[in-house]
Design a protein around this ligand. Structure first.
Ligand SMILES: C[S@@+](CC[C@H](N)C(=O)[O-])C[C@H]1O[C@@H](n2cnc3c(N)ncnc32)[C@H](O)[C@@H]1O
Ligand code: SF4
Length: 342
């Protein structure tokens, strides 16, 4: 099934006040998840009422409006995108933009739990690469980090994705005292299987019921330790996201670092984030947001929506100001990563 194409009125590309062209949209299609990762969610999360969610048709229309305004890369995330009911209907529908050349890439970030079920269909829809989050390959640690996850299921999902021809990038969050000794093993495994690995610094988003300072491990330290063991060569490779990559000479594989705290990645920021209720966040690290659900629902034409998008992009801030230190014991932002998507 394909949703109806939204009407467009001579749309122009979106450029923010700092001259950054906005061509990357990340969409959190649900705030729900089948895991409860300790750095992402509290064990007893309150989720958004289902009645507040955009329908799949509305999500399609919103994404298509962004594509009409110059978005070339679309990433579905969450929460866990693959637990949203009917998600493949949305993926299939959005894939028409790949077909007509208005979109370069349709991709997703997933915890991998549902991948064995969906990998073939994702590949059929033109998805070429996906990110799978995996912080450890130790089953007990995996359970401790995700609270509810099963490592075998995720590893099976990764195998399924690769068998379907999808390129897989592994994302691992660096957690002090939890997986900090495991990066060489993760790297050897990922690179040995032809997958890139990206290490992410923990960000102070949402109250997760644990002190951030206990989780925070600066990537400068992770990198220094890896550099004492491997030859890390800076490379220019970019995926349109915030990671900075090196080539590991010994494995031949790519290793990315996402370092929001030790290095600010804002000056080249090309993206905005949409939640499953139609709220647009212009920056992952700031509270300011714009409601796109009202203009979307107010009219079948896109004029009001485009005006609201323009108004929002005009407010995109220069950067975030995350801090984790002893004077900032509360989360820098109240909202959880699962609301805005990673
Ligand atoms: C919010 S998840 C959503 C997609 C999917 N459920 C998954 O886990 O891949 C996206 C990414 O954000 C990361 N993440 C979640 N909370 C984080 C935090 N506080 N700091 C840094 N990364 C975080 C996760 O590890 C994951 O790689
Ligand atoms: S990081 Fe992803 S898998 Fe883990 S709780 Fe958050 S949304 Fe779920």
């Amino acid at each position: 099934m394909e949703f109806e194409r939204a009407a467009s009125v001579h749309p122009t590309p979106m450029t923010d006040p700092f001259g950054r062209r906005i061509n990357y949209l990340r969409v959190s299609v649900t705030d729900r998840c089948d895991f409860r990762c300790v750095y992402c969610m509290a064990e007893n999360m309150t989720f958004l009422p289902k009645a507040d969610l955009l329908t799949l048709e509305e999500l399609d229309r919103l994404c298509s409006a962004f594509i009409a305004r110059g978005v070339r890369k679309l990433r579905l995330t969450g929460g866990e995108p693959l637990v949203r009911r009917g998600i493949m209907t949305l993926v299939r529908s959005l894939s028409r933009h790949l077909g007509d050349g208005s979109l370069d890439e349709l991709t997703l970030t997933t915890n991998g739990s549902q991948l064995s079920r969906y990998a073939d269909e994702l590949a059929e829809c033109g998805v070429k690469r996906i990110n799978v989050s995996l912080d450890t390959r130790d089953a007990d640690k995996f359970r401790a980090i995700t609270r509810w996850g099963e490592l075998d299921k995720v590893l099976g999902g990764i195998d399924g994705a690769r068998a379907a021809g999808l390129a897989v990038k592994i994302n691992a969050v660096a957690l002090k005292g939890v997986n900090e000794d495991e990066f060489p093993a993760l790297l050897e495994w990922a690179h040995g299987s032809g997958m890139d690995l990206t290490i992410i610094e923990v960000m102070p988003l949402g109250d997760v019921g644990e002190q951030r300072l206990d989780q925070y491990l600066p990537l400068s330290m992770v990198r220094a330790r890896l550099a004492s063991r491997y030859t890390l060569e800076d490379i220019d490779y970019r995926t349109g996201g915030p990671a900075r990559y090196v080539r590991v000479k010994e494995t031949g594989g790519r290793l990315g670092f996402i370092t929001p705290l030790t290095h600010n990645f804002c000056e080249s920021c090309n993206r905005v984030r949409l939640t499953c209720t139609g709220t647009l966040y212009m920056c992952l690290g700031q509270e300011d947001a714009a409601d796109l659900r009202s203009p979307l629902r107010a009219s079948e034409a896109n004029d009001l929506l485009y005006a609201a998008m323009d108004e929002a992009i005009a407010r995109k801030p220069k950067g975030h100001d995350f801090v984790i230190d002893r004077r900032h014991k509360r989360p820098a932002l109240a909202r959880h990563m699962s609301v805005t998507g990673g």
